[in-house]
Design a binder for this molecule. Structure first.
Ligand code: SAM
Length: 329
C-alpha cells in the first residue's frame, strides 16, 4: 500500500514523546541532560499533566532497566552488545548509556525513523556540542542529511512498513554493518501501533533471520493496548482527531495476549507487564515516595486507568545461553 502524504501525523507523535520527557525531566522525575537539545525552544515548553509525567517516568525507568540488564548479561558472556531502536524519534537513550556506567558494555547503537525525523535529529546532533562530542569522530552526515554515522552511533532513514530487505539494507552494508554475531536488543518504544501487524511481523522476522545463525536477539515493545473499552475508545478518538491511525493496536486487545506477538513468531520467551502493575509492584518504594512529592495528584483512579492501557512486552529469541534470565527481569 502507498503511504504517501499521510505520515505527518505519525511522525509528529515524536514531538509529544519528546515534550513528555522534557516535562518529566524538568519536574525532577527523570534525569536526562540531553532531551532539551532535541526540543526547539525547550525552556518555553509547558509542562505536561502529572498523569503523563508519572507514565513517562514508569515507562522510561523500566525500559532503561531492561536495557541495562541486557548489557550486563551480554558482558557476562564476554560480549559487548548492540542496540537497534526502531522509530527512535528524539530518544536520548544512546547518550545516557554512553555517559553512564554501561558505556563499556555497548558496542553500537543504531536508530531508525522516517527521513524527516532522522534529518531533524541529525541536525540537532550536529548543532549541539554536548551531543556530538559523545559520538566521537568522525561524524559523517549522509544521504542528503537524513543519515548520520559515527564510530558507535548510527542514524538511518527508513519507512519501517516497507519490505525490510530494501528499507533496512543499509544497516547490513553501512560501515560498520549490523554485526550478526553480537547479542542484539531491538527497541520499539511506542512505534508498532502505527503499523499493520503484518508489517511489524515482517520486521521482527527479518531481524530473526539476520541473527539466526550466530546471534542472540532480544526485543522490547512499549505500546498502548486494550483500546476497545470506554477509556481506550477515548484515547483512540483523541488520536483520530489528530489524524493518527493505529492499525497495529487491535490485535492484542488484552494484556494476556501481548506476549503472543513474539511467541507466534517463534520467540522462546516473552512477558508483558502493564505500567499500572510496574508502578505498583516493581518500582522501588523509595522512588515512588520521591516522585509522589513532586506534584499533587488527586486522580489516582484515573492514573490507574491510563497506566493499565500501556504495557511493556519483552521477549527473547534465538538463545541457548545464560541470557535466558533476562526474560525473568
Ligand atoms: N521511540 C521514541 C520514544 O519513545 O520517545 C519515539 C516515539 S513516537 C510516539 C513514534 C516514532 O515512531 C516517531 O518518531 C515516528 O516517526 C516513528 N515511526 C512510526 N511509524 C514509522 C515507520 N513506519 N517508519 C519509521 N518510523 C516510524
Amino acid at each position: 500500500p502507498s503511504h504517501q502524504g499521510g505520515d505527518a501525523p505519525i511522525r509528529l507523535t515524536d514531538n509529544d514523546a519528546a515534550l513528555a520527557k522534557l516535562s518529566a525531566v524538568r519536574l525532577g522525575y527523570l534525569s536526562d541532560p540531553f532531551i532539551k537539545h532535541f526540543v526547539p525552544r525547550a525552556s518555553f515548553q509547558p509542562s505536561r499533566p502529572p498523569l503523563i509525567n508519572i507514565g513517562t517516568f514508569v515507562r522510561t525507568v523500566t525500559i532503561d532497566d531492561l536495557v541495562e540488564q541486557w548489557i550486563k548479561l551480554s558482558n557476562k558472556e564476554g560480549k559487548r552488545c548492540q542496540i537497534v531502536s526502531l522509530g527512535a524519534g528524539s530518544d536520548t537513550r544512546f547518550w545516557r548509556l554512553a555517559t553512564g556506567p554501561q558505556n563499556d558494555g555497548l558496542s553500537t547503537y543504531i536508530e531508525v525513523d522516517f527521513p524527516e525525523n532522522t534529518m531533524k535529529k541529525a541536525m540537532a546532533i550536529k548543532k549541539s556540542k554536548d551531543l556530538s562530542v559523545i559520538l566521537g569522530s568522525p561524524i559523517d552526515v549522509k544521504l542528503g542529511g537524513t543519515a548520520l554515522s559515527s564510530p558507535r552511533y548510527q542514524l538511518f532513514p527508513a519507512d519501517l512498513r516497507q519490505d525490510p530487505n530494501i528499507s533496512l539494507k543499509s544497516l547490513t552494508t553501512a560501515p560498520p554493518p549490523l554485526n550478526p554475531s553480537l547479542p542484539t536488543l531491538l527497541i520499539f518504544e511506542c512505534v508498532l501501533v502505527y503499523m499493520q501487524p503484518e508489517e511489524s511481523n515482517c520486521l521482527l522476522q527479518w531481524f530473526q533471520s539476520y541473527f539466526a545463525s550466530t546471534g542472540v536477539l532480544g526485543t522490547i515493545v512499549y505500546e498502548m493496548f486494550g483500546l476497545g473499552d470506554s477509556f481506550g475508545r477515548v484515547m483512540v478518538s483523541n488520536l483520530k482527531a489528530r489524524n493518527v491511525s493505529l492499525p497495529g493496536a487491535d490485535p492484542f486487545p488484552s494484556y494476556q495476549s501481548l506476549p503472543s506477538r513474539f511467541l507466534n513468531l517463534g520467540y522462546t520467551t516473552a512477558r508483558a507487564l502493564t505500567l499500572k502493575e510496574i508502578r505498583r509492584s516493581y518500582v522501588e518504594p523509595e522512588e515512588l515516595d520521591r516522585i509522589s512529592k513532586l506534584e499533587m495528584l488527586d486522580e489516582i483512579e484515573e492514573l490507574d486507568l491510563v497506566l493499565e492501557h500501556y504495557a511493556i512486552t519483552w521477549g527473547l529469541s534465538l538463545t541457548s545461553s545464560s541470557m535466558g534470565t533476562w526474560s525473568e527481569w
